[in-house]
Design a protein around this ligand. Structure first.
Ligand SMILES: Cc1cc2nc3c(=O)[nH]c(=O)nc-3n(C[C@H](O)[C@H](O)[C@H](O)COP(=O)(O)OP(=O)(O)OC[C@H]3O[C@@H](n4cnc5c(N)ncnc54)[C@H](O)[C@@H]3O)c2cc1C
Length: 243
């Protein structure tokens, strides 16, 4: 399979939280780039004469990209990470290549039961890209819940994007925060601890899982024990090596 690579330029850089930056990239080639909400891209960049590739979920909606010409991603810094260090220091104008789109964490047209979107950290980015589709699903009567997992409150990203959606239940699940109960929509513990409280129906509900591989493995085993079949669980693991 031939995968297109698009010349691109870093065109915006916004801190979303203490450890996460949103990067915007403008594609500079002639070739048209199209994607479906939920997919990811690969950034291909040079550092010290070596070429690196790193994968990132697209954080804005296809319609937003069509309007602004900018592809957004959310990058969570890891200590001494190649991409993390590069994008901490590089500024707008930095040139690289983008490959993609990849992945199948995309929404079907119809959902027979309720839709649960669970993500940890930047694993919420693909759900932000889905917002126009979520509005439509909610308008058609689908119950949608977004489970947002962070360690601490100040690591939260994209909360306002979901807060402003009418009739979408969003729950902020914090694993390392005290006084959680005093804050709106906050819950103590991991995202998968919410499953028991959602009246899940293993015949009809669809669950999306994105981000931390540990959360995904744990959630899959909980859901499989509840009778969910593999086709009702869609997942994208943010593995950190070998890609
Ligand atoms: C399909 C897919 C989609 C992804 N989407 C996103 C996304 O939207 N946003 C995002 O921020 N990341 C995402 N990732 C992860 C991303 O591709 C990089 O792996 C991540 O940004 C680290 O890259 P780096 O070059 O900074 O670190 P590297 O140079 O790859 O790693 C440096 C060291 O840190 C370790 N390490 C890396 N990450 C972590 C971590 N989180 N916790 C602990 N140790 C770590 C590595 O094992 C290594 O020892 C995705 C991964 C996949 C496979």
């Amino acid at each position: 399979m031939i995968i297109s690579q698009y010349p691109a330029r870093l065109s915006s850089k916004i801190m979303l939280s203490t450890n996460t930056v949103q990067l915007g990239f403008t594609l500079e080639g002639e070739e048209k780039f199209e994607f479906t909400a939920g997919q990811f891209i690969q950034l291909i960049f040079e550092k010290d004469g070596e070429t690196f590739k790193r994968s990132y979920s697209i954080a804005n909606a296809p319609a937003d990209f069509a309007q602004t010409g900018e592809l957004e991603i959310a990058l969570s810094f890891v200590d001494n990470g190649v991409a993390s260090e590069l994008f901490k220091s590089e500024d707008v104008g930095f040139k690289l290549k983008i490959a993609g789109p990849f992945g199948a964490l995309t929404l079907p047209k119809d959902i027979p039961g309720q839709l649960i979107l669970a993500g940890t950290g930047t694993g919420l980015a693909p759900y932000r890209s889905m917002i126009p589709e979520l509005k439509k699903l909610v308008g058609d009567g689908t119950r949608v819940t977004v489970l947002m997992g962070f360690r601490q409150r100040d690591e939260g990203i994209y909360i306002d994007d979901f807060k402003q959606l009418a009739n979408v239940d969003y729950r902020i699940c914090l694993t390392q925060e005290e006084s959680v109960k005093d804050h709106e929509n906050e819950f103590e513990g991991r995202v998968q601890m919410q499953f028991d409280d959602l009246n899940l129906n293993s015949d009809s509900d669809i669950i999306y899982l994105c981000g931390n591989p540990g959360m995904i493995d744990d959630s899959v085993s909980l859901l499989r024990n509840e009778g969910f079949s593999p086709r009702q669980i869609k997942r994208e693991k943010y593995n950190f090596s070998g890609h």
